[in-house]
Design a binder for this molecule. Structure first.
Ligand code: AMP
Length: 435
């Protein structure tokens, strides 16, 4: 059945939740929601390939809320023999303590997932808290000890709490790993394994990941039991509705082209990616010098600065956010018109994550990549991974200087690069002739 024929209630969701989704004007489930929600309601372990922007958060939050509501109703009516849809006799519905844990790679994602939980749980008495580094442990512990149903945590800080015995997850029933690929990339594997040792074996587990590759499959064997696999798009492919453009240009002209494009295009918000924190600072400073409101966004900035920058960006006070891959991971910004890759990322997966920031929930997006000769090898590797070509073009007025020798390159690479430039020139010439 296609997702368009479905409604949230036919997926088996409780009226308390469907009413809320109506208020939020969610008309129908997205593909990942249509695939994952019934499986999670049926108590299956799930392994889902879904990027940010596909509605993945609701795909795991809604069934967990549903099952917690069902368990609470069951415990209220004391009707041990009547099974409420979505409840599970193997799981102790009445025990107190944390019932669900959602592990995420970054605090920004923790905040967004928390926001989603609070939003969807509006008409319920289900509570959620965040646990992440960089903020007072005391406040986190106080709210956990007050009694909470769902914890959204980054692995490191959660492990601190578990080791210090300030909290226990012995009554946990649901575990979600969100953006599992990124957690592994960020080196959280050991921490996750340590957390797993402290969780009950009898639980339901869901793993969400933008890419389902061998590393994820291997890792999943440690934590999922006979998982049902759901994927909304082809492996390693990018979400639909994103127009990708690659502009060949010389690196020293990137800044000027960025300023030009941002001024010319009708984009209200643009997210620019830089490979380094220093690069992000520099790009933002150059835009600001050109009277474009821009701000850097990376891990060297304090939590306070990052939060206020993000708030300014969301409010439209900052037009261009210049972020590193790690910092931008998980950002959920409505109406993101465009993403610009100031350079290509070193890892192909990061390209997929980056461009997934635009074209969100049915809206078209543009993903622009600036390709200078020194990044050509990265483009070749990326195209191999994506299994498709990214058409290259020139931006009028910013064409690369083909007479210039690429500086400081070994002889072999220089020859290859010149060949590539000659090929680009031929492509551009024939495109011009066709016009
Ligand atoms: P996510 O992929 O979880 O980051 O969600 C991306 C955005 O889509 C969020 O802003 C959600 O509020 C929104 N969203 C999720 N599910 C739906 C839906 N079924 N209909 C409309 N918007 C949705």
């Amino acid at each position: 059945m296609s997702a368009s024929a479905l409604s949230f209630s036919t997926l088996g969701l409780d009226p308390t939740l469907t009413q809320r989704l109506d208020e939020l004007e969610y008309q129908q489930p997205t593909d990942i929601q249509a695939a994952a929600i019934p499986l999670m309601l049926a108590g299956e372990d799930v392994m889902a390939g879904a990027q940010t922007g596909t509605g993945k958060t609701a795909a795991f939050v809604l069934p967990i809320l549903q099952r917690l509501i069902a368990a609470k109703n069951e415990s209220l009516t004391h009707s041990d023999n009547t099974k409420t849809p979505g409840s599970d006799s193997q799981i102790n519905a009445t025990s107190s303590g944390v019932k669900a844990l959602i592990l995420v790679p970054t605090r920004e994602l923790a905040q967004q997932v928390h926001q989603s939980v609070v939003q969807y749980a509006e008409h319920t008495d289900i509570s959620a808290v965040m646990v992440y580094g960089g903020v007072s442990i005391k406040a986190q512990v106080t709210s956990i000890q007050a009694g909470v149903d769902i914890i959204i945590a980054t692995p490191g800080r959660l492990l601190d709490h578990l080791r210090n015995k300030v909290m226990s997850l012995s009554s946990l029933q649901y575990l979600v790993l969100d953006e599992a690929d990124r957690m592994l990339d960020m080196g959280f594997k050991e921490e996750i394994v340590e957390v797993l040792k402290r969780l009950p074996k009898q639980r339901q587990t869901a793993l969400f990941s933008a890419t389902l590759d061998d590393q994820i499959f291997r890792f999943s064997q440690r934590l999922l039991r006979s998982p049902k696999i759901v994927e909304t798009a082809k492996r390693n492919s990018t979400a639909a509705k994103i127009i990708e453009k690659v502009y060949n240009l010389d690196s020293e002209r990137k800044s000027a082209l960025l300023g030009h494009i941002v001024n010319k295009e009708p984009w209200s918000q643009t997210l620019v990616f830089s490979r380094t924190k220093q690069g992000a600072d520099k790009i933002a400073a150059q835009l600001t010098a050109n009277k474009i409101s821009a701000a850097p966004f990376h891990a060297d900035l304090s939590q306070f600065v990052r939060e206020s920058t993000l708030a300014d960006f969301k409010a439209g006070k900052v037009k261009v956010l210049v972020a590193t891959d790690v910092a931008a991971r998980g950002l959920d910004i409505e109406q993101l018109d465009a993403v610009v890759n100031f350079e290509l990322p070193f890892k192909a997966e990061d390209y997929v994550h980056r461009i997934g920031r635009t074209g969100r929930a049915g809206k078209d997006g543009v993903a622009v990549t600036f390709l200078s000769p020194d990044d050509e090898a990265l483009l070749v590797a990326l195209e191999r991974k994506l299994d498709r070509r990214l058409p290259q073009q020139w931006y009028q007025g910013f064409e690369p200087d083909l007479t210039k020798e690429p500086a400081l390159q070994p002889r072999k690479a220089k020859k290859g690069s010149l060949k590539q430039r000659a090929r680009q020139k031929a492509i551009a010439d024939s495109a011009r002739k066709r016009k």
